[in-house]
Design a protein around this ligand. Structure first.
Ligand code: PAF
Length: 297
């Protein structure tokens, strides 16, 4: 497996394959690889060659976010990618990606403006700018993103379409632990007690899926059901602890629990087209997100 540190070296490698008519599947990552990433690599192996990148992109982290403590596990990441059959890995330094004087950025598409875009100002500008730079270094035929970061997938899809990049963007299913927790590099921050409460996200989404399968299509009802699970609310909507009842486990902060159109993430009053239920919230100091597609996709 080749490891390239400069955009030029990565581009030469990938361009040579593409000029021979070969397909190249690209998996951009920030490292700290888990089985979710490896499922993207598995999908990329359907191409003639698979290439990954590892770069903890500082511009997509807000000033109060976890850039400094984000796990960096390069040696074991490279080992996992080699075992998975990846042909090459692009591992640039911060200085290579953002040299002195760097000042250009991509304006993210409309679909970036709600949800994560509201909670994490500047996040998607950082994401689309780095993904464009990564796709310039790795001009792949296909690129693979996890649907766990559902809005990120839709934002990148829109950016690639709007800027005519020609790479096919493929969203891959979320990989979960046996108990339903969506895999994430941030799960390692959770204490044992927080890890138990983290299951509230997948439980809330399962309850929404069950209600939808039973015929409920009103998003107000589905959203109320998620709040009920996530905030430990009793049936009248009051939080159990406020109502003097025994309190149920809950998130420390709920940022959103919503059901929106799956394609452009616009609000829906009822599920009359492909939809997605999305949740973001804090457990202790860890921010978790999860989602579930509802209806035909
Ligand atoms: O999903 C990620 O790991 C990152 O946001 C990405 C797409 C590699 C860009 O830094």
């Amino acid at each position: 497996m080749d490891v390239f540190h400069t955009p030029e070296a990565a581009r030469n490698f990938v361009s040579a394959l593409r000029s021979q008519g070969r397909t190249v599947g690209f998996v951009p990552t920030m490292g700290a690889l888990h089985d979710g990433h490896l499922s993207l690599v598995d999908a990329a192996m359907n191409c003639d060659a698979a290439v990954a990148s590892i770069f903890v992109n500082p511009t997509q982290f807000g000033p109060d976010e976890d850039l400094d403590k984000y796990p960096r596990t390069l040696t074991s990441d490279l080992e996992k990618l080699k075992t998975a059959g990846v042909s090459a890995v692009f591992v640039p330094t911060k200085e290579q990606m953002y040299p002195d004087g760097f000042s250009t950025s991509v304006n993210p598409p409309l679909v970036s403006e709600s949800l994560e875009g509201t909670c994490r100002p500047g996040h998607f500008r950082g994401v689309v700018t780095v993904v464009l730079k990564l796709l310039n270094a790795v001009p792949a035929s296909h690129a693979y993103f996890g649907k766990k970061d559902y809005q990120q997938w839709r934002v990148i899809e829109a950016m690639v379409r709007d800027l005519d990049l020609g790479t096919r963007i493929i969203g891959c299913e979320t990989v979960r632990e046996d108990d339903g927790l969506a895999m994430s590099s941030r799960n390692r921050y959770l204490t044992d007690e927080e890890r138990v409460r983290a299951l509230l996200l997948s439980s809330a989404l399962q309850a929404v899926e069950d209600a939808y399968q039973a015929g409920e299509t009103r998003t107000s009802i589905l959203q109320a059901s998620m709040r009920h699970t996530l905030l430990g609310e009793n049936d009248s909507g009051r939080v159990a602890s406020d109502a003097g009842l025994q309190s149920r486990p809950c998130l420390d902060t709920l940022q959103y629990a919503t059901v929106v159109s799956a394609h452009d993430l616009t609000p829906l009053s009822s599920i009359d087209r492909p939809a997605v239920a999305l949740i973001a919230g804090m457990i202790g100091s860890t921010r978790l997100i999860d989602n579930r597609e509802l209806g035909p996709t």
